[in-house]
Write a protein that binds this ligand. Sequence first.
Ligand SMILES: [Zn+2]
Length: 83
Amino acid sequence: MSKDSCDGCGRTVTVSGGIANIWSFGTDAGTVGTAMTLELDDGTSHLLCYPCIEAIPDYPTAEDIERLERVDDETSRLGALSD
Ligand SMILES: [Zn+2]
């Protein structure tokens, strides 16, 4: 485990390491850290906390990740587009 920060909302997270995609985590999500590296269809990867992963669409884009913002300790949301 290592400490890092979420690429979406910026909160401090712990990471168990490795790359997984959004479809592969489930019942044990709470036991492997508080964030996951998500690979997008465009080939970029982003470290995201679970609240951000829940907030993004099924097929997120880098733009969606840039819009993520922290609401509280357990919640993130997609903010408004900046442009
Ligand atoms: Zn986040």
